[in-house]
Design a binder for this molecule. Structure first.
Ligand code: ADP
Ligand code: TRP
Length: 321
């Protein structure tokens, strides 16, 4: 429980898509910056299973991915005593408030949503949930008087939508909602994949974050090395990142000494990757489903108490109570 936390700390909240199988790009771009930042705030970490329902219609996969997402964050270093970790669907205030926001914003306003347009352009079914997605996200954020929302650049517009929902409500009824700010981790840069392009699960160029040593080796051996010169850029760029994370120096010298010896260089990268990732992988293997269930239960209790207090005011303000 997060009882010892000072109430005066600013509030940080973020939502995780339960999409499974993280790669090292997700780690350096999202998990690690979160782990570095969350302790300074009263932090909420929420698995957004109702958001996932807009594009996933497989009950077993949804259940499993939700548990896996919590394990990923616990293994990456989030301490459940220092963050409120919960599942969106267990706190009914989220969908309730989303409906109220839906009644305050217009269809043309939602039509400008980049995420909606992109997903429909990619061929995803244009279901109404996908369309009103930003208002559920606004509810997620605004229920907890959130100050900052750490997200990737692609989510910037959603935070603007949350601010707009707060303004619309505050103007129409009472000033109950605080406008949140975004926290975009811009100094991280883009982690390159095995083909040199941005590492992404959609490009099948990933190095798995929790892969076994054999899986890491397989991914590294598949790194494309048809670059000109003796130093394979795709290998070096990933190696540099890991080397930095391990506080190791002398990488450039090592590559100079082993010019053109791609196998030696790749084997060295496998060793370094494994050295960096093994402790997290081991920690993850020790986390049971029962541990996750306990964490989510505690989190739901706290999230429920805070959001319900807000909803009591909201219901009075709009005239249903
Ligand atoms: P993917 O591209 O594999 O589908 P997501 O879009 O689910 O990844 O991204 C989840 C989080 O991980 C986002 O915050 C995103 O900014 C971060 N992220 C994903 N890929 C990278 C990468 N190659 N480099 C840095 N950050 C990344
Ligand atoms: N839309 C976010 C994403 O795709 C996930 C999300 C849902 C979220 N609710 C949130 C992020 C609230 C931050 C705060 O990544």
């Amino acid at each position: 429980m997060v009882g010892h936390m000072s109430e005066s700390k600013p509030v940080l909240l973020t939502g995780l898509q339960p999409s499974g199988n993280l790669h090292i790009g997700n780690y350096f771009g999202a998990l690690r910056p979160f782990v570095d930042a969350y302790g300074e705030y009263r932090s909420y970490l929420m698995v957004v299973d109702y958001h996932a329902l807009t594009s996933l219609r497989d009950p077993e996969a949804l259940r499993k991915n939700t548990i896996e997402a919590v394990k990923d964050y616990l293994a990456a270093g989030v301490d459940p005593k220092k963050a409120i970790i919960f599942k969106q669907s267990t706190v009914p205030a989220h969908t309730e408030l989303a409906w109220i926001f839906d009644c305050l914003v217009t269809v043309p306003f939602l039509m400008q949503g980049h995420a909606y347009k992109d997903k429909v352009a990619k061929g995803l079914e244009a279901n109404a949930g996908l369309f009103t997605y930003p208002m559920l996200m606004a509810a997620d954020i605004l229920l907890y008087d959130t100050d900052v929302v750490p997200v990737g650049e692609d989510q910037r517009q959603h935070i603007e939508y949350a601010r707009e929902a707060a303004t619309k409500f505050n103007n129409a009824y009472e000033s109950l909602f605080k406008e949140p700010g975004e926290m975009i981790f811009t100094n991280v840069g883009t982690v390159p994949g095995t083909d040199g392009a941005k590492m992404s699960k959609s490009y099948k160029n990933t190095i798995p974050l929790f892969g076994s040593k054999d899986e890491l080796a397989k991914a590294v051996m598949s790194i494309v090395t048809d670059s000109s010169g003796d130093v394979p850029a795709n290998v070096y760029n990933i190696h540099q990142l890991i080397s930095l994370a391990l506080f190791k120096s002398g990488l450039e010298k090592f590559y100079q000494e082993h010019k053109g010896q791609y196998k030696v260089l790749k084997e060295a990268l496998i060793e370094d990757l494994d050295r960096y990732l093994a402790p997290m992988r081991e920690r993850r293997a020790s986390i049971t489903d029962a541990d996750v269930a306990r964490v989510l239960e505690d989190g739901a209790r706290e999230a429920h108490a805070v959001s319900e207090a807000k909803m009591e005011m909201v219901r009075k303000a709009i005239g249903v109570a």
